[in-house]
Design a protein around this ligand. Structure first.
Ligand SMILES: O=C[C@H](O)COP(=O)(O)O
Length: 261
């Protein structure tokens, strides 16, 4: 974490919690966050689409210091695309963020770099901030290609994205072998790839853009392993999956974000 970038702790609920459970979870989270001083960290939740309206109502009604976003969006802006959700719809629901290119989308929905790039552009058309996920699988890690793999995914996602947009992106380095497995990358592993991603941003754009971009680590983050990860120079927060479903544990993780902010 380097001064000048506000830490971001984002909870990716994945396909968990119906809209009633979402209300209870956000209420508990708000209670936990209110209890302490949380000015120096940005806290986000990324619920399923079906929860967004309930989350919006709570956040707006109770003026909560939580922002929220979606887990995906369509590359199209509207029309005959059955099952798709557009950036315009998400913006209307008050979403600040949208996750793009999560490894589960790449794996189970065969999303490639071209589609990820189209989704990044769609997000910017509707003033949504992408949380762009990159990261390698176990085989690539074992062959030593993890940095090149993650940087190539970054290149693909940012093709023809102008500097003024790229400067606001959030990156998430998520080694696939560490997602939901309890296998957390070491702080040095996280720094190696996050540092390489920032260096690549400086090459693609310039140092100013690279210095502005927040880079998160994701993969089995919990309150007992976040401190070492957040202490790394190029890690500005966390994308938390399983642990974000437990409001008490998520608040504890946010507290580490606050301490480094
Ligand atoms: O988006 C979040 C990541 O996939 C990490 O999930 P996890 O914390 O359950 O390992």
């Amino acid at each position: 974490m380097t001064a000048g970038r506000k830490p971001l702790i984002a909870g990716n609920w994945k396909m968990n919690l119906n809209h009633l459970e979402a209300i209870a979870t956000v209420q508990k989270l708000a209670f936990g966050l209110n209890d302490k001083d949380f000015d120096k960290v940005e806290v986000a939740v990324l619920p399923p689409y079906t929860d967004l309206r309930s989350v919006q109502t709570l956040v707006d009604g109770d003026k909560l210091r939580i922002v929220y976003g979606a887990q995906d969006l369509s590359p199209f802006d509207g029309g005959a695309y059955t099952g798709e959700i557009s950036g315009a719809m998400l913006a209307k629901l008050g979403c600040a963020f949208v996750t793009i290119g999560h490894s589960e989308r790449r794996q189970y929905h065969r999303e490639d770099d071209a589609l990820v790039n189209a989704k990044v552009k769609a997000a910017y058309r509707h003033s949504l901030t992408p949380i762009l996920c990159v990261g390698e699988g176990l085989e690539v890690r074992q062959s030593g290609g993890h940095v090149a793999h993650s940087v190539a995914q970054l290149d693909g996602a940012l093709r023809d994205v102008p500097a003024e947009q790229a400067a606001s992106i959030v990156l998430a380095y998520e080694p696939v072998w560490a997602i939901g497995t309890g296998e957390v990358a070491t702080p040095a592993d996280a720094q190696e790839v996050c540092g390489a991603l920032r260096a690549r941003l400086a090459e693609l754009y310039d140092g100013e853009v690279a210095a502005k971009v927040r880079i998160l680590y994701g993969g089995s983050v919990k309150s007992d392993n976040i401190a070492g990860i957040m202490a790394q120079e190029d890690v500005d927060g966390a994308l938390v999956g399983g642990a974000s479903l437990d409001p008490g544990e998520f608040v504890k993780i946010c507290r580490f974000g606050e301490m480094t902010g």
